[in-house]
Design a protein around this ligand. Structure first.
Ligand code: FAD
Length: 656
């Protein structure tokens, strides 16, 4: 990876100071460009850190717009939201005020990989986000399209690197900035596609960003092209829900935010989702009309994990694919058919929809469409999200090759914090892979790059048993409060109370010991195995699946009853108990891998034939293609699990 140093001759577009911001131009510490999911978090975070911040975006009324799915969270994504929230970010709190159907995914698996998710009322989310952003102290919001960056001569101590010092708007006006965060999403040279028609647009109804894309390219940034798409929207009253499988929300609803006691709406007032499937007729329509579908012929990469229906039909022919019919909001007349992202000509989209069970009479209100856009190779940014090429210029969100609101929000909060720290000459705030999914996301992007839209999964995190949604506050809130000041006093006090209550609760649970036969009498519901002469700690009893803190506190009211007064505390004690021994074991494994990080892997190792080493085929295939040099490098390959690394490490050590 070679980063070219910049000199004036490389910069025909971006301006140098002589012809830069007007002396009378407004001055801000941090300027954030773009009011999407990355931009709102970045602007609010910089302001929370005490920086005078300006959010410049095309339109105030699209701040917080959900361009695609009316939902937040999911597996891995819910973890990111919890971490954004732990740093006092916005999206989790706003979701708790705007959701219409809350459901935790992966419930059958352990709480470490539960995926907090909710259908969100689009209008409500936007309204609540705009209210929050427009009322954030130190944050000014201005409408405008940024066309160019203003750069200063290289600073003497960083010879060769120039520095961003402001922005130029489409009307020619300028703004001084000490740091700039770019969060332009799918807008850089965006083109939307339906059938064979293509129009320049950042998303339906919005102009693309062309000037800025040219500036970045002229500056020497390596630019790639990606694509994504969105399904058609369907009139609710035209769907026959009565013949479809209904999914009801969870009761109780689990809030996204650590500071929300509950969500704004009762489970019984929430809206259901419905499940239907595609069928062979859908495949036929898609396959017969591929010649009318430019987007699908494009060789640029689309999202692997949220593919269009055309890609699914081409990759997995003759299968029935799920289509979830999701509400767009409490009083919305629209249904979002999740799984049906499509770019066929509009009339063929309608024909395809009406072949599907429950949608026979469906009315299409807006066709699906695809979008192709520029992204910047994320290996051009540091773990603080500052670019290597231009000092004080930060990139966050879809511009870095990611997909999804949560991935964008996570980068936004980190970029906003670091843009502010940079102005104050403070060291950067970096989250490591062992501390959070945010660390995993940024490390993957900045070290491996990406050539397809990147989305978060729990399988990307090596230490997922410790990076749980329930404990994001203990991992990040204290750092956010003490190191950067982006966390409010109220949140800090709440996290401190939780931390000390958990520590106290665990030590009390360790101190209560009875024989197993006494426990069996106290809690007959539990399948406790009787082991004579070995006392059993309350903490061990809590590990039984059928035991929770309520049962335990009923059996031993003193001193346990105070730990069930808070629902969250009681649940977190149960989770801590569940993972106690596994985590101890994992810590030992982490140490083992850390000690041998530099261990060289044999160059001639044939991974594909390593069948006796307990490595899945997927892991063996990844190792075969990537051929990491060391155990440390192998452990950083996305999808190569910690268990696989331990097995590989032990195998290599025994064969050496
Ligand atoms: P955005 O939310 O796009 O926000 C960008 C903001 O920057 C906008 O407010 C825009 O007005 C502003 N802006 C841009 N240029 C300028 C400029 N020059 N000056 C001032 N303001 C500017 N995600 C998924 O997870 N799954 C999907 O299936 C999926 N499908 C999608 C389909 C479509 C058609 C689109 C458009 C997006 C889709 N997404 C999907 C992506 C999801 O919407 C994004 O990941 C997320 O919104 C990215 O957030 P962001 O803040 O980076 O950008």
């Amino acid at each position: 990876w070679v980063v070219a140093s910049l000199t004036k001759k490389h910069l025909p577009l971006a301006r140098f100071i002589g012809d830069g911001a007007a002396p009378s131009a407004p001055k801000f510490d941090v300027v954030v460009i773009g009011g999407g999911h990355a931009g709102t978090e970045a602007a609010a975070a910089a302001a929370r850190c005490g920086s005078r911040t300006l959010l410049l975006t095309h339109r105030v009324d699209t701040i917080g717009q959900m361009s695609c799915n009316p939902s937040f969270g999911g597996i891995g994504k819910g973890h990111l939201m919890r971490e954004v929230d732990a740093l006092d970010g916005l999206c989790s709190r706003i979701c708790d005020q705007s959701g219409v159907h809350y459901k935790v995914l992966n419930r059958r698996k352990g709480p470490a990989v539960w995926g907090l998710r909710a259908q969100i009322d689009r209008k409500l989310y936007k309204r609540n986000m705009q209210k929050e952003i427009l009322n954030t102290p130190l944050l000014t919001v201005q409408e405008g399209a940024v066309e160019d960056l203003i750069l200063t001569e290289p600073e003497p101590e960083h010879t060769g690197k120039c520095r961003v010092s402001g922005v130029v708007l489409a009307d020619g006006s300028t703004v001084h900035a000490e740091s700039v965060v770019l969060t332009t999403g799918t807008f850089l040279r965006g083109v939307i596609v339906i059938g064979l028609e293509m129009h320049p647009a950042g998303r339906l109804g919005d102009q693309p960003s062309v000037g800025l894309a040219q500036t970045l390219e002229k500056l020497g940034f390596v630019v790639g092209r990606l694509k994504t798409g969105t399904p058609p929207r369907i009139a609710k009253e035209s769907v026959n829900f009565s013949i479809l499988n209904k999914q009801t929300p969870d009761n109780p609803s689990i809030p996204f935010s650590f500071v929300s006691e509950t969500v704004w709406i009762k489970p019984e007032d929430q809206l259901p989702c419905y499940l239907t499937h595609t069928n062979p007729r859908v495949d036929e329509i898609i396959l017969e009309n591929l010649h009318l579908n430019s987007h699908i012929k494009e060789t640029t990469r689309g999202p692997r994990y949220c593919p269009s229906i055309e890609s699914k039909v081409l990759r997995f022919p003759n299968r029935l694919h799920q289509v979830w019919l999701e509400p767009e909001g409490m009083d919305s007349e629209l249904i979002y058919p999740q799984g049906l992202s499509v770019t066929l000509p509009a009339e063929l989209q309608e024909k395809m929809i009406t072949c599907i069970k429950g949608l026979e009479k469906a009315k299409m209100i807006q066709p699906g469409y695809g979008v192709q856009y520029d992204y910047l190779d994320p290996r051009q940014i540091t773990p603080s999200l500052e670019t290597h090429l231009v000092q004080r210029l930060f990139f966050a969100g879809q511009i870095n090759g990611t997909t999804g609101y949560e991935e964008a929000a996570a980068q936004g909060v980190i970029a906003g914090i670091n843009a502010s720290l940079r102005v104050k000459h403070k060291p950067p705030f970096v989250v490591s892979r062992t501390e959070g999914y945010i660390g995993v996301l940024i490390d993957d992007l900045t070290t491996l790059g990406t050539n397809e839209p990147y989305r978060m999964f729990t399988s990307r995190a090596e230490f997922r048993l410790s990076l749980r949604p329930d404990n994001a506050d203990s991992r990040l809130t204290f750092r956010g409060y003490k190191e950067v000041g982006c966390v409010s006093q109220q949140r800090y006090e709440r996290a401190s109370w939780m931390k000390s209550s958990l520590e106290e609760g665990i030590s009390v649970l360790k101190s209560i010991e009875f024989s197993s036969s006494k426990w069996k009498k106290l809690i007959p519901e539990a399948s406790i195995s009787i082991v004579k002469s070995v006392p059993l700690r309350a903490l061990d009893v809590l590990k039984y699946e059928e035991v929770d803190m309520k049962l335990l506190a009923k059996a031993v009211p003193e001193p346990l009853k105070k730990y069930v007064e808070s629902r969250e505390l009681a649940e977190r004690l149960k989770i801590e108990a569940t993972y106690e021994s596994v985590l101890f074991h994992q810590q030992q494994q982490i140490k083992e891998v850390q000690q041998d990080e530099a261990l060289q892997l044999p160059k001639d190792l044939d991974y594909l034939t390593l069948r006796d080493v307990s490595l899945s085929y997927e892991v063996r295939e990844k190792l075969h293609f990537i051929r990491p040099e060391t155990i440390g490098a192998a452990s950083r390959i996305p999808g190569v699990t910690p268990a696989a690394i331990i097995n590989l490490l032990r195998f290599v050590k025994t064969t050496q």
